[in-house]
Design a protein around this ligand. Sequence first.
Ligand SMILES: [Zn+2]
Length: 301
Amino acid sequence: MESPRSSDIDLSYDLRETAPTTEAETALDKRIKHFEQTVQECGESWFLPKVHNLLETTPEQQQLKQKLQFPFQLIAANQSFPLKNSIVAERIARRLHIPIEALYCSEVLQNRPHHFGYEDIEDGLRQKGIPIAFSVFGRTMQLASDLDLSKGMNRLFFMHEAFHVPQGVELIQQARFWMPFFAAGLKTDPPKQRVLINQEYPAYGMEVESANVVMGDALRQAALQQRKIDPSTMLTSFNAEADELGWAQMITQLSAAYYPNGSVIRESYPDLFKEIVRRISLRDGFAVYEKMGNNLHPVIR
Ligand SMILES: [Zn+2]
């Protein structure tokens, strides 16, 4: 028997049924709109003007400048996606007799990799105090109810997660391998979410590059001159509260390891930088795997 092609499965829906109806759907819709609006505002009034002022004398600087704008373009591009409300999408998926993941992943397979859903953050991540996360196979941006983008550090986390959205595309195209790999982590007792650490290097790299833009190149300059940056000066630049000092320490540590040789554009990450990223992911309680050539190795410390 011939196996069906994805084009044989009818995933069509009527735009009218994407309007939120229940209380839960409407509440999530409001949260999404608020998120989109605050992202746009913080792009326009805070981050993008600083990006536009960056030099672009080398091709690498030009590419970095482009990449720094990506998180804001992503949220704007997804704004018109009719299924971005995951509670609404769930209702439509039920009618189509398919899992919601299939509905979202099909967007990627139809060349719309900038489409994804929004949902409430998973309990496990909420308990760890993580304000925002992107689920690769769920294709959802998970928002904590108290996510506050007026806090500078949360803006950095948002940018980090945005870079995971295009990364998921390759994994979905190779779903036969990666889906069971990630699912296996949820079958252990206790379940432990798996992380492919190779995807964290560019995300943390962009987090450092973004922080450096906000700080007027201070992070890179400090590394070039082998000076330490006091994390509390970072709090000042980010208009952040004292309770965000731990995150500022993490970023300053990462940036001291990343600069001057690290480059997200050349995909070059210094060993110390990679080691810090591995440790952060382990500390966050993930089962960490690293792809080396064709092999996947568990990262244990
Ligand atoms: Zn990440």
